[in-house]
Ligand binder design. Structure first.
Ligand SMILES: [Zn+2]
Length: 256
């Protein structure tokens, strides 16, 4: 029943922008950061995930990131990622805004992806500014505990947003623009607790759009949502794709 309602919303409330959090990747075996059993329950973010910590002791920070990068690289997109990519291909999803740094949306085939917390795609040298792709960083990590810049020797920093670090303005502007222009903001696998994603539903609702949520457990916006499905994204979204295949998205009623 509720999947059918979600299908109707996605078809009728175009354009649809999707907002994803850690919950979309847990089914790929990637642990959530903030859950009681999540990474930050075992690793103090001030010691391992903050800009100050990196400046103080980048090798220590990499003792946390090295196994994490390996895990993210080995993870595979799950049915939720694949379903979102298919919905974009079918014309039902305009863009995916994600908190995740794992590149799984891109690897699943999504083309318009806005990574508000950066990603592991590249790492940058704080010494000389050189930027290195993930493959090169993995080569460096194969022979060292932390990747040193081949040009100047400084320890590289992953291009993910650390605690205490500002979000990239162009990226966050794009996320807000998409949220404001969305006829439907579909939240998947996020409790909407972390800035900036927690602010995006307000942009959509304030501009007259609607909110739908697919998440295990409550979110901060349940009472503002037109529809809420408490379930696994990897089970719900493939059903949505199956129902929407062969249908056409409605044209937006006004030029948002
Ligand atoms: Zn360098």
């Amino acid at each position: 029943m509720s999947v059918t309602e979600l299908v109707d919303l996605i078809r009728d409330r175009q354009p649809c922008v999707v907002l994803t959090g850690a919950g979309v990747s847990t089914e790929s075996g990637i642990p959530d950061f903030r859950s009681p059993t999540g990474l930050w329950a075992r690793f103090d973010p001030l010691e391992y995930g903050s800009l100050d910590a990196f400046r103080r002791d980048p090798v220590k920070v990499w003792s946390f990131y090295k196994p994490r990068v390996a895990m993210l690289t080995e993870a595979e997109p799950n049915p939720a990622h694949l379903a979102l990519a298919e919905l974009e291909r079918l014309g039902f999803v305009k863009a995916v805004v994600t908190q995740n740094i794992d590149l799984l949306h891109e690897r699943a085939g999504s083309r318009e992806v806005v990574e508000v917390h950066g990603s592991i795609r590249t790492s940058s040298c704080p010494g000389c500014g050189e930027r290195y792709p993930l493959a090169r960083v993995l080569e460096l990590l194969a022979v060292a505990d932390a990747p040193a810049c081949p040009s100047c020797g400084a320890i590289l920093k992953p291009d993910v947003v650390f605690f205490g670090e500002l979000l990239a303005p162009a990226v966050i502007d794009r996320a807000y623009e998409l949220a404001r222009g969305a006829g439907l903001l579909l939240v998947v696998g996020s409790a909407l607790e972390v800035y900036p994603v927690a602010a995006l539903p307000l942009e959509t609702i304030g501009a007259g759009g609607e909110l739908a949520i697919v998440n295990r457990g409550p979110t901060g916006f349940d009472d503002r949502a037109s529809l809420r499905i408490d379930g696994a994204a990897g089970e719900v979204l493939p059903q949505v794709v199956a129902e929407l295949r062969g249908q056409e998205p409605e044209q937006p009623q006004d030029a948002r």
